[in-house]
Design a protein around this ligand. Structure first.
Ligand code: EPZ
Length: 422
């Protein structure tokens, strides 16, 4: 297993390009199941999760090829094994989003129930509720969700909100299934995340009829068939936010290329309150911090609120604030694996139920820490850039799931991160 050896503190200056969004690319790849033929996706990042998704689609019958120019070609002419195998789905929870498109295309799908993970329980009741509303018969057998709709799906009005708000992949699943259902579907309390809008735009390009994109009410007029397409995935707002925090925590000056700050207003607003300057420029932005880090209160919410996927990274930043902050996690109440690890680096964090009280400290001190999930791991890398001494981050495969060669991309800006074998 690889580890990162990070020397700090450093000041990051220079420019970095944000990749295509993992969380848009994954459901869009699943959407290709709906349109038999060859599609081309651009700006799909080279990540572990994308490789697992390739493996999953290949196991269904698709043929996938990464071209020399980086484009991903997905040939879904044949989908003859509508089974999401446990051995693949357990490695990547987004595997669940083949359920809707497989059901719509094949009239049947068997997908392994995804387990819990480091960020919490992660139920799929809303995915099932939405697909049942479209007429699917669903039961569980040997840990698999068996969904059947031999006579096809039928449009319906569906309320998809849950106790924690909307569901991102649940919306993706029901939306994809509804594109080929008979008649009109209305998804109320749909997720408004830009990744869902990106998928919906891609589906429309394939011939779907989706209205209300970006709003909590999606209206879908079912069509008989969808056609293959060529589509470019949006920039990754979570990677962009992570880089912004890198600039902020190191008192650096970073130019982010390929970044849509309109998709990140909650994040940009919080950073500005913290004392970070963010100036939009053509296709990106410049991030700079000169003064002290001011404390802030953060509550994670569905889009357009502050994203849970940046909670850990901001906690690393607020650890060094000049005062006390409160971070409340409202999407995944157990997503605090980074708290104990940041405290190993001399942060002063105290968990109280769904909240963490962050008492700012003057400096972080390097330590040996353990990556536990993707975003928690990113927080440890950020802390390592600012901490005094050599931080060792173990199990960096978690980071590789969502950030492409992060060490190589931050090194030209002054980061001292070396990947080593354990
Ligand atoms: C997506 O997960 C993302 N994953 C997550 O990113 C992200 O943290 C999350 O959305 C929230 O923004 C991908 O896009 C691949 P949800 P998803 O269904 O769709 C509850 C990362 O770091 N819920 O929107 O699985 C659930 O427990 C990852 O890149 C139900 O109750 O999340 C949670 O409290 C991690 N029943 C809330 O809804 C359901 O059926 C939101 O979860 C489904 C979800």
């Amino acid at each position: 297993m690889d580890i990162f050896r990070i020397e700090g503190p450093v000041r990051l200056t220079g420019s970095v390009r944000v990749n295509g969004a993992k969380n848009a690319a994954l459901p869009i790849m699943a959407a290709m199941i709906l349109a038999p033929g060859k599609s081309t996706l651009k700006a799909v990042p080279h990540l572990l999760d994308i490789s697992v998704c390739n493996e999953l689609l290949t196991s269904l019958g698709c043929k996938i090829q990464r071209q020399d120019n980086g484009n991903l070609c997905i040939d879904s002419t044949v989908v003859d094994n509508p089974v999401g195998d446990y051995e693949i789905v357990r490695r990547m929870r987004a595997g669940i989003c083949i359920l809707g498109p497989l059901l719509a295309r094949c009239g049947r799908a068997e997908v392994s129930m995804p387990g819990g993970c480091a960020i919490g329980d992660r139920p799929v009741n809303l995915h099932i509720k939405g697909l049942e509303a479209l007429g699917a018969k669903i039961h569980l057998k040997n840990g698999y969700i068996i969904a059947e709709a031999p006579k096809g799906l039928k449009g319906k009005e569906i309320f998809l909100g849950g106790s924690f708000g909307s569901t991102v992949l649940g919306t993706a699943n029901v939306l994809m299934a509804a594109t080929l259902a008979k008649g009109r579907t209305v998804i109320e309390s749909a997720a408004c995340e830009p990744e869902i809008s990106d998928m919906a735009n891609c589906l429309n390009r394939m011939g779907a009829k989706i209205a209300g994109i970006g709003s909590p009410r999606l209206t879908i007029e079912g069509v008989k068939t969808l056609k293959p397409t060529e589509y470019q995935v949006i920039p990754d707002r979570i990677e962009a936010g992570t880089f912004m925090v890198a600039g902020a925590i190191t008192a650096g000056e970073m130019k982010l290329e390929n970044c849509r700050i309109n998709d990140m207003m909650a994040v940009v607003d919080k950073l500005r309150n913290i004392g970070v300057t963010i100036d939009a420029m053509n296709g990106g932005c410049v991030v700079c911090r000169r003064g002290k880090i001011k404390p802030a209160d953060i509550t994670t919410q569905p889009f357009p609120g502050f994203p849970t996927d940046l909670q850990a990274q901001f906690m690393a930043l607020l650890s060094l604030a000049d005062g006390n902050s409160v971070v409340i996690e409202k999407i995944f109440p157990d997503r605090f694996m980074h708290v104990a690890e940041l405290n190993r680096m001399a942060a002063n964090l105290r968990k109280e139920g769904q909240a963490v009280i962050v008492a700012g400290v003057k400096k972080l001190i390097a330590a040996q820490v353990m990556a536990s999930d993707l975003r928690a791991s990113a927080a440890l890398v950020l802390a390592g850039l600012a901490a005094e001494g050599t931080t060792i981050v173990n199990r960096v495969y978690h980071i590789d799931r969502g950030y492409e060669r992060i060490e190589e991309r931050l090194s030209p800006l002054g980061a001292k991160i070396i990947r080593e074998k354990e």
